[in-house]
Ligand binder design. Structure first.
Ligand SMILES: NC(=O)NCCC(=O)O
Length: 447
């Protein structure tokens, strides 16, 4: 059963929920709840904030915070559109564009969620609201299919999702790590190198058209073949501007050497530093997958002025799922920027079994890529995650003014004592470094 009600004043942890719509006890609700929420008694914001959510009760409790009080979701469950029609009729054209077009384009297998992070109103600056999108997806064909067919099928699969993002007014969109291929780096087989592309190759050209069409910045994470440097490979994000131009690239800084993540067989540590790309919609950066375990990597993007850092990833449940909700959220807090975390979905099975020298029996798949893409904000709020199993599009509006507001409030940049750490690191890098350990003189004495 689906109920539609309107909730207001949603607070952190769901502790305070004033309701409208005649529902007094949320615990009596059916497991699934579709609702529309409005900002606190504020009709002024009606145009941009009528939102509809299809959400489980338990997720509702965990998902809300003071800066995340509008939650909306355009699910495509059959019949929901009819139920929502009275609400759609009340919307302005702007809202209809978001809900209507998204509904039209998304298939039953695609989950879509949308959120909004607010900042306080300022006297001297206008809000800087940017609509940001994340796409997670499984591969489209078995890994045994012809490579050209695999690539074409992935593009065909992702295109309607990008169209949905574009039609929903997304300004900046990020795809998952190496989205144009299966994540075959577990196998150590070199034939997968055929998927590598130059920076301005097939997938960039494909996305350039869409960037132009939707006036959208697109982050395109690929396996790069560096044609000007001996055809070597990198794990690269190409930043495509909203005019379809290539703004620049970033190459993955930290290459995993854990479990089946045998990526070092294919590419080296990146050589692009920590670039921040000033786009039409804000300053963005990309911390590719395993880089999220390295707090200095996050820090460097922050020091270069990033307002949104994307973390396009490919990681499996057995290895990293307990870390996933924590690391990027912590980075958003520590560095006063927004983070968009993306992980692919599904289990990719490869033709030949492999091992990774860890004593485990040979196997033919990487494990389950658990999706769970989400956004984190500098004020410690975060969205719920997309599904562990389904393709998904997550959209969030975010007022980038929140970054400076949180910097002003917490002053982490002022209290950071960078000079202490610069000195410590330069000592540590010396060959004759010895750790600063003060031994208890009693430690080795007999009692
Ligand atoms: N793609 C990638 O770097 N994965 C490494 C595993 C992880 O960091 O969870």
């Amino acid at each position: 059963m689906i109920l539609i009600c309107r909730l207001e004043g949603i607070r952190r942890g769901g502790k305070k929920m004033e309701k409208r719509g005649g529902l007094s006890d949320l615990s009596k609700l059916p497991f699934h709840l579709a609702y529309a929420s409005l900002p606190n008694n504020n009709t002024r914001d009606w145009n941009s904030t009528l939102q509809v959510q299809w959400i489980s009760y338990s997720r509702l409790l965990f998902s809300t915070s003071s800066h995340l009080c509008q939650i909306y979701h355009m699910d495509v469950v059959a019949g929901l559109r009819d139920l929502l029609r009275p609400l759609i009729l009340k919307m302005t054209p702007h809202d209809c564009r978001i809900l209507g077009s998204t509904q039209e384009m998304i298939s039953d297998n695609l989950e879509s969620q949308a959120f909004c992070f607010h900042a306080d109103k300022e006297l001297l600056r206008q809000p800087r609201i940017v609509r940001v999108g994340l796409i997670q997806n499984s591969i489209a064909l078995p890994t045994t299919a012809h490579f050209a067919d695999q690539k074409k099928a992935i593009m065909q699969k992702v295109k309607p999702i990008i169209d949905a993002a574009g039609a929903s007014g997304v300004n900046v969109l990020c795809l998952q790590e190496a989205w144009m291929m299966p994540f075959a780096f577990c196998t150590r087989e070199k034939r997968w190198c055929e998927f590598a592309e130059p920076i301005d190759g097939e997938s960039t050209q494909f996305l350039q058209d869409l960037a132009r069409k939707y006036n959208m910045v697109i982050v395109n994470p690929i396996l790069e073949r560096d044609v000007n440097h001996g055809e070597i490979m990198w794990n690269t994000a190409v930043i495509i501007g909203n005019h379809g131009n290539i703004i620049g690239i970033h190459r993955k800084n930290h290459i995993p050497r854990v479990g089946d993540f045998n990526e070092s067989t294919y590419y080296m540590e990146g050589n692009t530093g920590h670039p921040v790309f000033e786009t039409a919609y804000g300053k963005i950066a990309v911390n590719i997958c395993y880089g999220r375990h390295h707090s200095l990597n996050w820090l460097a993007f922050g020091l270069n002025g990033a307002e949104i850092v994307f973390n396009p990833s490919a990681t499996v449940g057995e290895l990293s799922e307990p870390m996933w909700p924590i690391e990027s959220r912590n980075a958003a807090i520590a560095n006063s920027y927004f983070v968009g975390s993306i992980n692919r979905v599904g289990t990719e099975v490869f033709p030949n079994p492999f091992t990774s020298g860890d004593g485990k029996p040979q196997h033919s798949d990487f494990g389950h890529f658990y999706g769970s893409s989400h956004f984190s904000a500098p004020d410690a709020s975060c969205t719920p995650s997309l599904s562990r199993y389904r393709d998904g599009l997550m959209i969030s509006d975010m007022d980038l003014n929140l970054c400076r507001q949180i910097k002003d409030k917490w002053g982490f940049r002022m209290t950071a004592r960078y000079e202490l750490y610069a000195a410590m690191l330069s000592e540590y890098l010396k060959r004759d470094f010895s750790p600063q350990v003060i031994v208890d003189p009693m430690l080795h004495k007999r009692p």
